[in-house]
Write a protein that binds this ligand. Structure first.
Ligand SMILES: [Zn+2]
Length: 413
């Protein structure tokens, strides 16, 4: 393992006047009212703002993911990638490869038993940068600049976050890290063994609280405390981000898959290089597609090319399927409106905000999946959607905090 000190990385970044200018711009324009455009607009930041009262207080998002860089069967090597995104950079800059900070990289034949043993140098440094900060002397500023750093988020894919919070994982009985929903062990739809499924009840289950994440209720699937809960910026289960990942239980005939795959492949030629949404023929290479490709598929391809095919099939559930598409499309907007105050009386007319509509669409999808579909189709990714509206209220738009960045970074490696 190698560790590049965070203070050095931040110091090198802020030595450039162009980066200092971007930090200043974010600082001066960071809060909007009645719409969410970034993590700084979420409810969590209202409490955290007191730690960000100067332009070089750095807000960081940590992402954790493990993957196998070489496909070598039993001799495969596992890499644990930890990566920091500097939220002070504008949204179109922060996810560029040159601007993301890869801190410790653990490499070995096995996944580390406890990821926090690798993270401890980073957490110690963060503690110091949060409390005392550091001074940077730069020639073209009249005074030395003071840098502080705080973590706003610690997230990753489902197994990555399970490692970070000592959760028993999404295949366990209490398989949601955000709430205490009890999963059911059912025969998988293909009949090839048991799986854990999360239909819950018709009403949405309440979130976990500090008792869980401090490791005080290990019977609910969070086995031990984690260092993030001691940070001044820690707030709730949403500190660990939220997956905007949706798989649907609908299948298409093989010839329809081929036709859609062909359209996707042809559209590839029209795409500018490197543009998100260039997903190619995901049916032909579904094993190598990343989860983010399926989100693009759901939002861009399903309502257009696939809708036609399902309509031809006489699919009886197009309405709930479109609720899912509409909910996910709203979640992926760069600006999501919300009503800071609920209407005073029931029946008061108020234009529903994007966040209200998103909540309604995903509730419709949940109700349909709960009432009309076999419960062994209710997988964890569908359950996570029931938390999405609350997560967006707390953390701002998913695009600003997406785990997409680390998945793309892994693709690059
Ligand atoms: Zn849950």
């Amino acid at each position: 393992m190698r560790y590049l000190p965070l203070s050095q990385l931040l110091g090198s970044m802020l030595a450039f006047p162009s980066y200092r200018a971007m930090f200043r711009e974010t600082f001066n324009n960071r809060r909007t009212t009645e719409s969410l455009t970034d993590i700084f607009d979420g409810f969590a930041f209202e409490d955290q703002e007191r730690y960000f009262n100067d332009e070089f207080s750095v807000g960081l998002a940590l992402f954790c993911d493990s993957f196998a860089p070489f496909d070598a069967g039993r001799n495969s090597v596992s890499m644990q990638l930890i990566h920091l995104v500097v939220m002070n950079l504008p949204k179109d800059e922060r996810y560029k490869n040159k601007n993301m900070l890869q801190v410790p990289i653990a490499l070995g034949p096995l996944k580390p038993k406890n990821i926090h043993s690798f993270l401890s140098p980073l957490m110690e440094e963060l503690d110091q940068l949060s409390k005392d900060g550091m001074v940077l002397r730069v020639d073209d500023e009249p005074d030395d600049i003071m840098i502080h750093a705080h973590l706003l988020l610690a997230s990753g894919d489902l197994p990555g976050v399970s490692d970070l919070v000592h959760h028993t994982g999404h295949t366990s009985h209490y398989g949601c890290r955000t709430c205490r929903i009890e999963s059911f062990s059912l025969i998988s739809p293909k009949g090839g063994g048991q799986g854990q499924y999360f239909p819950g009840t018709e009403e949405v289950v309440t979130e976990r609280n500090d008792d869980d994440f401090f490791g005080r209720l290990p019977n609910y699937g969070i086995l031990a405390s984690n260092p993030f809960v001691h940070l001044v910026t820690y707030h709730s289960p949403f500190f660990y981000g939220q997956h905007a990942n949706a798989n649907t239980p609908f299948t298409l005939e093989r010839h329809q898959q081929i036709r859609i795959g062909k359209v996707l492949k042809e559209s590839h030629l029209l795409m500018p290089i490197g543009l998100d949404g260039d997903i190619g023929d995901i049916f032909a290479r579904s094993k190598s597609s990343r989860a983010v490709d399926f989100i693009d598929f759901l939002v861009f391809v399903l309502p257009t090319v696939v809708y036609e095919q399902l309509e031809q099939n006489g699919c009886p559930v197009l309405e709930p399927l479109m609720s899912l598409v509409n909910g996910c499309s709203l979640a992926l907007q760069w600006e999501i409106t919300y009503n800071p105050e609920p209407p005073e009386r029931e029946g008061d007319s108020q234009q529903p905000s994007d966040l209200d509509r998103l909540r309604r669409y995903l509730k419709e999808w949940h109700t349909f999946m709960y009432n009309d579909m076999p419960h062994n189709l209710y997988i964890i990714n569908i359950h996570m959607l029931t938390h999405l509206a609350d997560a967006i209220g707390v953390l701002g738009i998913p695009r600003a905090i997406s785990t997409r960045s680390i998945e793309r970074a892994i693709a690059m490696i």
